[in-house]
Design a protein around this ligand. Structure first.
Ligand SMILES: Nc1ncnc2c1ncn2[C@@H]1O[C@H](COP(=O)(O)OP(=O)(O)OP(=O)(O)O)[C@@H](O)[C@H]1O
Length: 574
C-alpha cells in the first residue's frame, strides 16, 4: 500500500512562518464513522500535519483522508487550520477513501491457479461469476456454493462483510455433485481450493481445456430478470435528440440492470457514486451520481452533515446541482473536429438521467414507486490504471496536462485534485492519456475555491502549443451559455459571469503567450484567506461601475483591469 507521498517541507515551513505566540494549542474533535475522538493540535498546524497526526494515531494514510469543517473540505494541505476558521472545540469530519481490492486465489486440485481481484463492495454473486469466467466454464454458476467457516454465503452478501468478520478468511468453493473442498489460507488472501477428484468426469475424458469450452454455461439465460428498477434519460428540451454515444450508454446500463447486475457504490469520493455494470457483469459501463446523495445532501451515504444554507462543499456551488455541472462540463468540452464524439479535454460522455434501484441509498427503505426516483448524472465509465495520485506528474504528456488546464480554467473548476484525473493507456505504445472526471464543482458563482492540482506540475510551466492556442481562440462564452440554455440549464447570472470571466482570462493570457501556470495562478488563492488576482479584479470592477450598471459595463471594466494585470505579468517575463 502506498505511504505518504508528500514531502514534509510544508509542515516545517509552517512552524517557521508562525511564531510561538500564534501557536496556541487547541482541542478539536474528529468525527469518523459515527465516533468522536478528541485531538489536541495547534492553531498554526497545517492541514497536512493534522492528517499526518491522524495517520500516526489511527493508521489511515494521508492520501485516503478527506477532512471537512463547517461544510467545506479542508483541501489545501499547505494551509493551516486557523485559515479555515477551525477553533477550540470544533468538530472535523473525516471521510476515508479506502483501497477496495481483495485478492482472490482459486486453485484446482489439478494444480491450476487463477488469481483475480474484486472490490470489497462486490457481492458473493459477483465472485461466483468471476470464478466461472476464470475457470472458462469448468465450474458453472448454478452449481457453485461459496462457503466460509462452514456457512454458505448467500449471493447478496458483501465481500467487505466477509473480510471484516473473518479477518484472514478462507472462502470454500463447493462444486456440487463432483467436487470436495479443502480450505487453505495464504497470507490475507482468500484461497479457494477445489479437490475435484472427479474433475476429469466433469471436464470430460478428453482433457481439461477442451471440455471447459464444452461446459461453458450460459450465464445470461440463467439470471432472473428483476423488475424493480428504472433508468431513463432526463431531457428538458424535447428538441434535443440524444447523440448515439449517450443512447448506447443508457442502453448498456439498462441491459446490465435487467440482468440483475446491480449498481455498486464506489468506495471513493465523498458522495454516492455508483458503478453500473454491463450485461455480462464483468465490466463497468457507467457511473451514476444521484443529486440527493451529493456531499451535504439529504441522502449522502458518507455521513456528512446536511448543508444548512444550501451551499455546496465548495464556495459558490449549491447542493443538488452537481449533476447539472457534470453534464455541463461534457457539453462544453467541444471537440476539435466538428461532430467528433471526443471533446478536446476528453470529459467522458455524460447525461442527465432518472434512475431508481434498491442498491441506492434510501434511508427510509426502498419501494418501486416514483417517489424513489433519483435524478443524477450518468457518465461513461473509463477503463483506467489509477488516477494522477498514483503516478508522478513527469510521466504525463504535455498536451494531456494542457488540455485539462484549458478545461479547468474555462470552467473555474473548484475541485481539480489529482484523484479526479484518471490515467489510461492508449494505442500500441501505451501512451498515457489523462481523463478528467468529477466536474460537480465547475462553474461556481465565485472564484473563492478554485484549485488546480496541475499548477505545480512541470508541464504547466510550458507555453501552449499552436493547436491548443487555436482551440482557445475559438472559444466563445456567449455561445456556451446559449448552448447550456438549449440543454435546459439557464445558468444563474453569477455562474454565467464566472464562465465569461474565465474564458476572457484564458483567451487574453494566451494572446500574451502566458503559460497555464501563469494564467491558472491568477485564479487560485495562495491560502484560504488570501484573495486571488481574479477575485481582486472582480472586486475592483464591481467598485468601478455605478450601482445598477449593466452586466456588459461590468464585464468591460473587468476586461480593462484584466489587461492591466496581465500586461504587468507579461512584463515580468511569465
Ligand atoms: N467516468 C469514470 N470512469 C471510471 N471511474 C470513475 C468515473 N467517474 C468516477 N469514477 C470512480 O468513482 C470514484 C468516485 O467518483 P467521483 O470522484 O466522481 O465522486 P465524488 O463523490 O464526487 O468524489 P470527490 O470526493 O472526489 O468529490 C472515483 O474516484 C473513480 O474511482
Amino acid at each position: 500500500m502506498p505511504g505518504v507521498s508528500v514531502a514534509p517541507s510544508p509542515v516545517l515551513e509552517f512552524s517557521h512562518r508562525y511564531g510561538p505566540h500564534l501557536n496556541k494549542p487547541i482541542l478539536i474533535y474528529l468525527r469518523v464513522a459515527g465516533s468522536l475522538t478528541p485531538m489536541p493540535i495547534r492553531e498554526s498546524d497545517s492541514i497536512l500535519s493534522v492528517k499526518l497526526k491522524i495517520q500516526a494515531d489511527r493508521g489511515f494514510f494521508v492520501r485516503n483522508q478527506k477532512l471537512f469543517f463547517d461544510g467545506r473540505e479542508l483541501a489545501r494541505n499547505n494551509s493551516c487550520v486557523r485559515d479555515y476558521g477551525v477553533a477550540d472545540g470544533d468538530v472535523l469530519h473525516l471521510v476515508l477513501r479506502l483501497s477496495d481490492l481483495q485478492a482472490i486465489t482459486v486453485r484446482t486440485a489439478c494444480g491450476k491457479e487463477y488469481e483475480f481481484h474484486v472490490e470489497r463492495s462486490r457481492k458473493v454473486a459477483y465472485v461466483k461469476r468471476q470464478i466461472v469466467r476464470k475457470g472458462r466454464g469448468s465450474v458453472d454458476l448454478e452449481n457453485q456454493e461459496l462457503v466460509c467457516d462452514c456457512e454458505e454465503l448467500e449471493d447478496q452478501r458483501l465481500i467487505h462483510d466477509i473480510c471484516r468478520k473473518n479477518g484472514d478468511a478462507v472462502i470454500h468453493l463447493l462444486v456440487r455433485k463432483s467436487a470436495k473442498v479443502r480450505p487453505q489460507t495464504v497470507d490475507k488472501h482468500f484461497e479457494v481450493v477445489i479437490d475435484a477428484s472427479d474433475f476429469n468426469e466433469l471436464a470430460g475424458v478428453v482433457g481439461e481445456h477442451q471440455s471447459w469450452d464444452l461446459l461453458k454455461p450460459n450465464i445470461i439465460e440463467s439470471r432472473p430478470l428483476p423488475k424493480d428498477f428504472l433508468l431513463e434519460p432526463f431531457i428538458v428540451n424535447r428538441e434535443i435528440e440524444l447523440p448515439f454515444v449517450l443512447k448506447e450508454l443508457i442502453e448498456s446500463t439498462i441491459q446490465g440492470l435487467e440482468r440483475g447486475n446491480e449498481p455498486i457504490r464506489s468506495p471513493e469520493g465523498s458522495g454516492g457514486a455508483y458503478l453500473m455494470q454491463d450485461f455480462s457483469g464483468l465490466e463497468y459501463v457507467s457511473v451514476f451520481k444521484p443529486i440527493d446523495e451529493e456531499p451535504m445532501a439529504v441522502n449522502n451515504p458518507r455521513g456528512l452533515p446536511l448543508s444548512l444554507d444550501g451551499q455546496g462543499m465548495k464556495k459558490g456551488t449549491r447542493v443538488g446541482e452537481g449533476a447539472l455541472r457534470e453534464v455541463a462540463a461534457y457539453i462544453l468540452d467541444h471537440p476539435v473536429v466538428h461532430n467528433s464524439e471526443k471533446g478536446f479535454a476528453g470529459v467522458p460522455p455524460t447525461v442527465m438521467v432518472r434512475c431508481m434501484h434498491r442498491e441506492f441509498n434510501y434511508p427510509e427503505g426502498y419501494e418501486y414507486t416514483s417517489k424513489n426516483f433519483k435524478i443524477g448524472s450518468l457518465q461513461m465509465f473509463v477503463k483506467n490504471i489509477g488516477s494522477c495520485e498514483d503516478m508522478g506528474p513527469r510521466a504525463f504528456p504535455m498536451d494531456e496536462v494542457h488540455k485539462i488546464s484549458v478545461l479547468d480554467i474555462r470552467l473555474a473548476n473548484a475541485d481539480r485534485h489529482a484523484g479526479n484525473i484518471l490515467i489510461s493507456r492508449d494505442g500500441e505504445d501505451g501512451r498515457v492519456v489523462l481523463i478528467p472526471i468529477d466536474h460537480g464543482y465547475c462553474l461556481p458563482e465565485n472564484f473563492e475555491d478554485c484549485t488546480f492540482e496541475w499548477l505545480y506540475w512541470p508541464q504547466a510551466q510550458q507555453p501552449y502549443s499552436p493547436e491548443t492556442m487555436d482551440y482557445i481562440k475559438s472559444l466563445d462564452a456567449e455561445q456556451d451559455i446559449q448552448l447550456l440554455k438549449f440543454h435546459g440549464w439557464d445558468l444563474p447570472v453569477e455562474c454565467a459571469r464566472t464562465l465569461r470571466i474565465s474564458t476572457m482570462l484564458l483567451k487574453k493570457g494566451v494572446e500574451r503567450g502566458l503559460t497555464p501556470f501563469a494564467i491558472g495562478s491568477m485564479m487560485c488563492r495562495e491560502s484560504p484567506s488570501k484573495e486571488s488576482v481574479i477575485e481582486r479584479i472582480v472586486k475592483e470592477a464591481e467598485e468601478s461601475v455605478l450601482p445598477g450598471a449593466s452586466e456588459g459595463s461590468f464585464l468591460e471594466s473587468v476586461s480593462v483591469l484584466m489587461d492591466h494585470y496581465l500586461d504587468a505579468l507579461s512584463n515580468e517575463g511569465h
